[in-house]
Every structure is written in C-alpha cells, then in structure tokens.
Design a protein. Structure first.
Length: 442
C-alpha cells in the first residue's frame, strides 16, 4: 500500500477504486457483460491498434527528446501515461470530427494553454485524505447526474439552484484547502521539477497535434474512398479517382467530401470525365473565394447572400448543384436551447451557378404554444434579410403581417416579396410561416 501511495495521490487512488468497482459490477451483470465484451472486441481491431501503437511510438520519441533537453524526467512517467490514456487517446477517437470543426485544434490548444492550468495543477497536487476522496467521487457523479436531469425541465429549477449552491460551497472549500497547502509548501513550488510537471501537458499537446492531423486526413480519405467504391465498379477507374483525389485535394478535406457528394449529379465514368468534375469543382471553389459581381436584376451573389444572417445555424455551408440547372444552399435548423418541440427556423438560397434569384426564411411551428420567443427572432431575421436583399428597411405592412401570421404579397422595386402561412392540419395545429424574396413572380 505504501508503494501505491508513493506513486499515486489520494484522488487517483479513489478514482481507481471506484473504477474497479464499476468494472466488477459490469462483469457480474449478464446484460452488461456481453456489451462490455463487444466494446473490448471493437477496441482490439488491427486498424485501431496500429494507430494506438503509432501514437505510443510518436509520443515516446518526443518524450526522449524532452528528456534530452531537460523538459522531462522519469518522475513524470505517471503523468505522461495519464495524458496518453485520458487525453491523447480520447482525442484520437475524435479525429474523424476534426475536418468538420475548423476550430478543433485552436480549442484544444486553448484548453491546454489557458491561464487556469496552474490552478488545475494545484487542485490535483494538493488532495484530501483518501477517505474524503472516496466520498467525493460518488457524490460528484451523483450531483452531476442530478443536475443534467434537472437542467432540462423548468419544474426542477429549485433543485438545479440547490445543486449549483452545493458546487459553489464545495469549490470554496477546495480553493481554501489549496491556498492553505500552497502557503505551507510554497518553497516546494519554486522548483524546476514542478515547472516541468506544469508544462508537461501543454508540451505534449503541442507536439501531438501533427499526429492528430495526419490521422484525421487518413480517416477522411478512407471514408470517402469507401463511398467512391460504391459509385465506381471499375477498379482501375477507382484507383485513378483515388490518386487524383489525393493529388488535387491534398489537405482540403471539406473539398474532397463535397466532390464525392456531387458524384451522383454528373456520374463520371471515364478518366476524362473525372478530371472535368475536379476542374469544375476547383473553379467553384475559386468563385467562392472571389464572388463575381451580380447585377440587381439578376438577383444576388449566392456566396454573399448565404451569410447575411448572423446566426451560425442559419449560415448554409455551401452553395452547390441541386437538380438540373438549379443550385441551392440550405442552412441548419435554428432552435431555442430548451425547446424540444421541434420548432425551428431555416434559411435557403436558390438560383443558378452565378446568381441567386430566390431567398427563403421558413419558420416551422410544431407547437405554437412554445413559439413566442422564436417568432420574435423570425421577425427580426426577416427584417434583416429584407434590408440586405433590397437595400431598404422592411415596411410596416410586412412586420404587421408577421405579427398576425397573415399572408401578404407585394413588390419592392424589381423584387417580389411574400409571406405565406401554410397550415399542416394536424392535432398540434402546426404550420409553416414562409418569407420569400425573389426576382421572379413565382
């Protein structure tokens, strides 16, 4: 026991004890035992194990480098293993999401280089007695679970407030304990060993990012090549497509995905046709970076119009071919955080390759009783879209029609404006409120 306590602090021992209890409980349960076996089987597949082994070798090489230049010593082995198990490995499982989140690495760096890293180190350094830590672990898990449940229902607001108070008071005791320990052991914190320990995670994170990036590239390319294999039965043509994808897209993973998704629109079946689709897509990407000027009578630049609304959920990702000669961009669904009814707002831009001629903002009302706040947002976004599209403020007759949810059709210069309420006829009295601006009288 003495050797264990020398190697691990009381918090780590407490977490280990509860983890072992949880594993034993899983193994003794018939239903959970089979699921646990499935998880283990999924982990020990060759592809995953090869990348985990590669990660271990990669980090080990940098640890040796850190050791040579004095940034790492053997007493940091435990912290290094913890970083690999609970940070690096977890990040690896998220690698397939990196291409979809352009801020992934920035957030990763911010988390590991933030000012609070010293406080986190001190909280982990100065723990309570083992019996206290053994009580803290289940209590924290129980409180977190209760808060997650209470946060989703307004009728448990008092419970949520009480739990927040418990967290606040507990945090005060922890801070007091840490400050008292720092005062008593201040001279110990002024050592080079402590500085190495504080800098260990930031250093490992910085050098681990390139490995994650390469893993992300590999995973996305594998995923897209599998999709290509279903679209191309000719193996020689498939190999050609893969080579061209690597050569032309390189690290442009979003471009690669869009190109593969467009496959069903053009159905290229020869090398020449494949090259044409890549060239056409590259031209499209150039247009997105430098949108051409669109005359008012033609409509609007789709690459500008799709970003007119401030909400991230209402910003369509791309303007792409839809059907025949039509192109479109459709946003996600803007919802209120605590509204689970399905009420939401969407925005779409439609037109030709170079010019958008139809803008639509749609409010889907699944439960009208919960709609007041979202309806107010819809009204504001209509006014903003109207001003951006026409260059003038929205008229009072339009804002009044939105408030009353009444149909209205009129013309503003060369543009045709409409607001229509489409009733679904279901038991929830659901409806769509559709606002459109168009260069054509549809």
């Amino acid at each position: 026991m003495t050797m264990v306590s020398d190697l691990f602090n009381s918090r780590e021992i407490a977490l280990g004890v509860w983890l072992m209890i949880a594993i034993i409980a899983v193994l003794f349960g018939k239903s959970t035992r089979s699921g646990f076996g499935g998880v283990l089987k999924a982990l020990f597949v060759w592809n995953l194990m090869s990348w985990l082994a590669g990660m271990a070798v990669y980090i080990s090489a940098f640890i040796y480098l850190f050791y040579r230049i004095g940034l790492w010593t053997p007493d940091l082995l435990k912290d290094t293993v913890f970083y690999i198990l609970f940070s690096a490995t977890v990040s690896m499982f998220k690698a397939n999401k990196i291409s979809e989140d352009k801020h992934f690495f920035l957030e990763m760096l911010k988390d590991n280089l933030k000012a609070g890293i010293l406080l986190e180190f001190l909280i982990g350094q100065y723990t309570f007695d083992l019996w206290v830590e053994l009580l803290i672990v289940p209590a924290a898990v129980l409180l977190a679970g209760m808060q997650a449940f209470a946060a989703n229902d307004a009728k448990y607001a008092a419970v949520n407030k009480l739990i927040n108070s418990i967290w606040f008071i507990s945090g005060g005791f922890v801070i007091y304990h840490v400050v008292d320990s720092v005062i008593q052991h201040f001279h110990e914190l002024l050592s080079l060993g402590v500085l190495r320990q504080i800098l260990l995670v930031p250093n490992l994170t910085l050098v681990f990012i390139p490995f994650l990036y390469v893993l992300s590239l590999r995973m996305v390319y594998e995923e897209q090549f599998i999709m290509l294999s279903f679209k191309l039965r000719d193996k020689k043509l498939l190999r050609f497509s893969k080579r061209q994808a690597i050569l032309k897209f390189n690290t442009d993973l979003r471009g690669l995905k869009r190109w593969v998704n467009r496959w069903n629109l053009s159905h290229p079946q020869t090398r020449e046709e494949i090259l044409v689709t890549i060239d056409a897509f590259k031209t499209q990407q150039y247009l997105e970076k430098a949108p051409p000027v669109v005359l008012p009578q033609q409509g609007w630049s789709p690459y500008v119009a799709k970003d007119w609304l401030p909400d991230e959920k209402l910003k369509p990702a791309f303007y792409d071919p839809a059907y025949e000669e039509k192109w479109s961009a459709r946003s996600g669904n803007l919802k209120l955080d605590k509204d689970w009814s399905g009420n939401g707002i969407t925005y779409s831009v439609t037109g030709t390759r170079l010019a958008a001629d139809h803008l639509e903002l749609r409010l889907a009302a699944y439960e009208s009783k919960k709609l007041d706040e979202l309806h107010a947002i819809f009204k504001e976004r209509v006014a903003l879209l109207y001003k951006n599209a026409t260059g003038v403020e929205a008229p009072l007759k339009l804002t009044n029609a939105i408030s009353r949810k009444k149909n209205i059709h009129f013309r503003q210069g060369i543009y045709f404006i409409s607001l229509e309420k489409s009733i679904w006829g279901n038991i929830t009295e659901g409806y769509d409120l559709i606002f459109t601006i168009s260069t054509k009288n549809d």
